[in-house]
Design a protein around this ligand. Structure first.
Ligand code: TYD
Ligand code: MG
Length: 453
């Protein structure tokens, strides 16, 4: 047997050192460098235990490679398909990250249960009974989904040989361990080795594998950064646990666009796909409350109408408070300064609270105008007329700037029954005869006189 080899890894970023150091020079974290055993007998195929025969790839010219045009496995979940770029590509490795409790296991179990293909759901986190309880809530009977609770990759591969699944789900990569590596499950070298074994399996058999990955406290996927390089697709499941909406984003996709977005609603019986997100994000109040304004935003490729609420009140303490939920606080300060300096509103001594409803966060600059409208509406205590929405950015000079995809934004507003939309004068609008009235504005004063006078 070869001599045991050890290396030091930073558990935070995955940097590798020949000897122990107190501070990782790559990520500057203290006390994260840990010794791990990286003794590796000769690297063998995932199938060694079952069949020792080795396959070898041959180089081919591009036109010789058979492409079997667009074979993608339908996951029977419109939102998941959309984010993947049209379905699962055979042999792809997909990594799904997200905070604890956001619903990663629920999402993948739900998809596994609905699939008409043979699916193997491997869990290292829950017992078969616990998964059964969850499954009963989501989708009572499924004939094709097999549940395995196992953490050793060699055993998993043996079960895969026996079951021959069309899709494999692993919950989660941090719980797996391989016999070829001696360090504990969840350590950098284990994660790397287990992922490498799964990639070999996926590519050799053309079976898609979906991995669940934990994320660290700063929001990146736990384990070495190279994990993200190794897999084909990285998805992120996000959402505030106190709200029911969840957003599935693609951070990397070798087989599709990363601009797509999937939206779900967490319910008693699992996650529901939300096909028309605008309707749920706008609260249905008819009384005309002051301080709310609707913005037409674009998240990824999807237009989305969101509601912005502002509360402006006289500050009780010396320093006025500015607080935001779902919106960048610095941007709010900038908009308040613009209102003060360019439009003459004295907001310097007022508390300003801003909230984007539904627990989602938005960084599309096109919601600036709606933010300003909500603030002014609360400040003046005059409600904005029903049916009015906004889509424009505000510049430092107080000018109203054009935004991209304006046609898409206007169409979405029109589709949802809005009657007026405020956009920048400089936006080129390509729509023919829209039913919605388009107010072209260039300065904040134009908006104020249109709304409140
Ligand atoms: P889970 O999938 O276990 O999260 P993760 O795997 O990302 O850690 O989701 C757990 C949460 O989902 C839990 O707080 C309860 C909620 N939930 C529902 O609201 N309805 C359901 O049908 C299920 C299965 C879970
Ligand atoms: Mg889980």
């Amino acid at each position: 047997m070869a001599k045991t080899k050890t290396t030091f890894f930073c558990q935070n970023c995955g940097a590798q050192y020949a000897k122990w150091v107190g501070q990782c020079s790559a990520c500057k974290e203290w006390n994260t460098v840990v010794e791990e055993v990286v003794q590796k007998p000769e690297k063998s195929s995932w199938k060694t235990i079952a069949s020792p025969k080795k396959r070898m790839a041959k180089p081919l010219r591009v036109h010789e490679i058979s492409s079997d045009k667009e074979i993608r496995l339908n996951t029977f979940d419109l939102e998941f398909n959309r984010v993947l770029g049209g379905g699962l590509v055979p042999g792809a490795l997909v990594l799904l990250g997200g905070e604890p409790g956001v619903g990663k296991s629920t999402l993948l179990l739900q998809i596994a249960l609905k699939l008409p293909y043979r699916t193997l759901y491997v869990s290292g986190e829950e017992s078969q009974k616990q998964i059964k309880m969850r499954a009963d809530r989501i989708h009572p009977n499924s004939d094709t989904c097999y549940i395995l609770t196992e953490t050793k990759t060699q055993n998993i591969f043996q079960q895969i040989e026996a079951t021959e699944p069309d899709i494999v789900v692993i919950d989660s990569i941090q719980t797996l361990h391989s016999d070829y590596i001696e360090s504990a499950a969840g350590s950098i070298s284990q994660i790397r080795e287990c992922t490498a074994e799964l990639i070999k399996f996926a590519k050799e058999t053309n079976t898609p594998v979906i991995l669940i990955g934990h994320i660290t406290k700063d929001g990146s996927i736990a384990g070495p950064k190279i994990l993200e390089h190794m897999v084909d697709t990285v998805l992120q499941f996000e959402g505030d646990r106190n709200y029911v909406y969840r957003i599935l984003r693609s951070l990397k996709n070798r087989f599709g666009s990363t601009a797509e977005l999937g939206i779900y609603e967490m319910q008693g019986g699992g996650l529901r796909q939300v096909n028309n997100p605008s309707e749920i994000l706008i609260s249905k109040n008819d009384e005309g409350l002051s301080g709310t304004a609707i913005a037409s935003t674009v998240e990824g490729m999807r237009p989305l109408m969101i509601e912005i609420q502002a509360l402006v009140s006289t500050a009780v303490y010396g320093t006025p408070q500015r607080s935001t939920t779902g919106y960048n606080a610095k941007r709010l300060n900038m908009l308040l300064a613009v209102l003060e300096k360019r439009a003459g509103f004295k907001l310097g001594a007022k508390d300003v609270f801003l909230n984007i409803t539904g627990g989602i966060s938005v960084d599309d600059p096109a919601i600036d105008l709606a933010v300003i409208a909500a603030i002014l509406s609360s400040n003046e205590d005059i409600a904005i007329a029903k049916g009015v929405c906004f889509a424009a950015e505000i510049g430092l000079a107080g000018e109203i700037r054009p935004v991209q995809r304006i046609d898409q934004r206007i169409s979405e507003a029109e589709k949802l029954g809005f009657t007026t939309i405020y956009v920048s004068k400089n936006n080129k609008i390509g729509l023919k005869n829209p039913k919605i009235a388009i107010e072209l504005v260039s300065r904040i004063e134009d908006v104020v006189s249109g709304l409140f006078e």
